[in-house]
Design a protein around this ligand. Structure first.
Ligand code: DON
Length: 563
């Protein structure tokens, strides 16, 4: 007879099997004790390390946020800001706003020329485009309020990745070649070893970022003081002075991430927990879902012309309100509860076209009462904590400059303000007084980190980059699971559509609309506009057994992994 079943080449079979590691993670990836889903595998590994050391989801989320600042420079950041939505182990929804603020020297007309026209580049590619960064304070606040690990432990993986380097993935090699504008800044050329023209590091080369490692080490040692005061603050202010930026020591010392009351609303048997203003994400999502008739949607059938119409018309009305009403609630008075109330949405619903024809954005005003990158990641732990974070530099690699000596890239989120009422920003988004530039104010965002509960229990969490398309990406992932019955991986990969009131068109990924749906929508009066990619979602879902299933979008190169 052959070999005994218990041995292979004389070793116990079990050991031989254990030595086989899966080359890729199954999708969704399912685990019992914790799950991290992020757009970059080393950052996912950093979060897992913290969970395995006994840290909770908030500790791991802070670790992933700091690690992405090293390994995913397109959007991971120290020089930007974002929003965190969480669910604590005892079932409490929480939110932390770490959006950038306008420096004290900023003012309403700072992006206008003498004739009152918008100087578009100033708000995007100059040092005046930089808002006072919130990421360091936001991640540390999450750690302090809800975490259980030591700050030094949470920062250790990021420091190691920056100091010792990590192998450059194909996507980063390509990015660094393609983004020519990064070469404009000496500090950026130095940080990423960029040569003239398209010369730069190759896939597999180690990217070491010693200055960034020192900045992270200061944060590890001193907490927020290691960034907003002292050596790093001095480097920031010197960089601002050299390049015409506005941020002062007082702006840095005065920056505080804010705990906020999450925006919680009910829909179709689910409870959605999202971030309130100054992100428009939650309000707009609540409006779209409040306007949408799920029964009618279901009857229309997945991505049928009728279903696309139903969703588009709800998006049109909600984005029209966004552009008029929404802004930083600490500076503009925004009637949020009225805007998402049943009475108001019932009234708005009357404006939906009834004749099977496309609505028109021209006729729709707000009712009575905004290659680019951002990134989303999420962690769930065995204690029951869930954390969803979307943070950003706004454009891919922000405004392109690395803070000289401090090693991190600067945001250009001042572009998310409305430079002039009615003038579009880089996303074609308009805006009004509520989102005008003002000293200290936070620019209106579309970032939509979202956690969904059902029957009081964690059901799923998701989020995405994509500027104004973020809200509609989160909407479609949610509908794909709860209405169309897809699993999380499928729900995230499905092709998407997007409408934002103006421009009055449906953006669609090529395979989102079938060859017979397109002419049908055109016949109804819709203008169709094919785009390359809408969003890059990640999410975690609870399986019926209580396991955690994580998934990342096929549009990116992320990793969901648990243990
Ligand atoms: O806060 C916002 O809405 C924008 N700064 C987000 C930018 C973005 O998502 C770009 N990503 N693809």
């Amino acid at each position: 007879m052959g070999m005994p079943l218990t041995s292979l080449y004389g070793r116990p079979l079990l050991l031989a099997v254990a030595a086989i590691t899966l080359p890729i993670e199954p999708r969704p990836s399912v685990a019992a004790n914790g799950m991290v889903a992020s757009p970059e595998p080393f950052a996912t590994a950093a979060g897992l390390e913290i969970l395995k050391q006994g840290g909770n989801a908030f500790d791991a989320a802070a670790a992933v946020g700091f690690a992405l600042a090293v390994t995913y420079p397109a959007a991971g950041n120290l020089g930007g800001g974002g929003f965190l939505v969480g669910l604590t182990a005892d079932g409490r929804p929480v939110a932390i706003d770490f959006r950038e603020r306008a420096p004290a020297a900023a003012g309403r007309d700072m992006f206008l020329d003498a004739q009152g026209n918008v100087r578009p580049d100033v708000g995007v590619t100059s040092y005046q485009a930089i808002g006072v960064p919130g990421t360091v304070d936001g991640l540390l606040l999450a750690l302090e309020r809800f975490g259980r690990s030591k700050r030094e432990a949470v920062l250790a993986p990021a420091i190691k990745l920056a100091r010792d380097g990590f192998p450059i993935p194909y996507s980063l090699e390509q990015d660094l070649r393609r983004h020519r504008e990064l070469r404009r800044w000496e500090s950026t050329r130095k940080a990423f070893a960029l040569g003239p023209d398209s010369a730069g590091p190759k896939m597999g080369d180690a990217l070491r970022q010693p200055e960034l490692a020192l900045t992270l080490a200061d944060v590890s040692r001193l907490g927020r003081r290691g960034f907003y005061e002292g050596r790093v603050a001095d480097l920031i202010v010197a960089d601002m002075k050299a390049q015409g930026g506005l941020i002062t020591h007082a702006d840095l010392e005065g920056y505080r991430a804010k705990p906020r009351e999450p925006l919680v609303f009910q829909h179709n048997g689910y409870e959605l927990i999202t971030h309130p203003l100054p992100s428009s994400g939650g309000v707009v999502l609540a409006q779209i879902l409040g306007l949408l008739d799920v029964t009618e949607l279901k009857k229309a059938g997945y991505h049928s012309a009728k279903a696309i119409q139903l969703v588009t018309e709800a998006q049109r009305l909600a984005y029209a309100d966004r552009n008029h009403w929404l802004g930083d609630p600490d500076y503009a008075s925004v009637p949020v509860s009225r805007l998402i109330s049943k009475e108001y949405l019932d009234r708005r619903r009357q404006l939906l076209p009834k004749d099977g024809r496309a609505g028109k954005s021209d006729g729709v005003e707000h009712g009575l009462v905004e290659s680019t990158e951002t990134t989303h990641y999420t962690v769930a732990d065995r204690f029951g904590n869930v954390v969803a974070v979307t943070y950003t530099l706004n454009s891919a690699y922000g405004m392109g400059a690395v803070a000289a000596g401090a090693g991190f890239l600067w945001n250009n989120n001042m572009d998310n303000f409305s430079a002039k009422p009615g003038a579009p920003n880089q996303y074609g988004m308009l805006g009004a007084a509520a989102n005008a530039i003002e000293a200290g104010k936070r620019p209106l965002s579309s970032m939509t980190p979202t956690i969904v509960r059902k029957d009081g229990k964690f059901f799923m969490t998701m989020g995405s980059p994509g500027g104004p398309t973020i809200i509609n990406t989160v909407l479609q992932v949610y509908l794909n699971v709860t209405v169309w019955g897809l699993d999380l991986g499928e729900a995230i990969d499905e092709r998407r559509v997007h409408h934002q009131w103006l421009p009055d068109q449906i953006d669609y990924e090529e395979l989102a609309l079938s060859p017979d749906t397109r002419p049908e929508l055109e016949r109804m009066g819709y203008r169709l506009h094919e785009v390359g990619r809408i969003g890059q979602a990640v999410g975690i879902m609870r399986t019926p057994e209580g396991y955690l299933a994580g998934a990342v979008d096929r549009r990116g190169n992320g990793l969901a992994k648990g243990f």
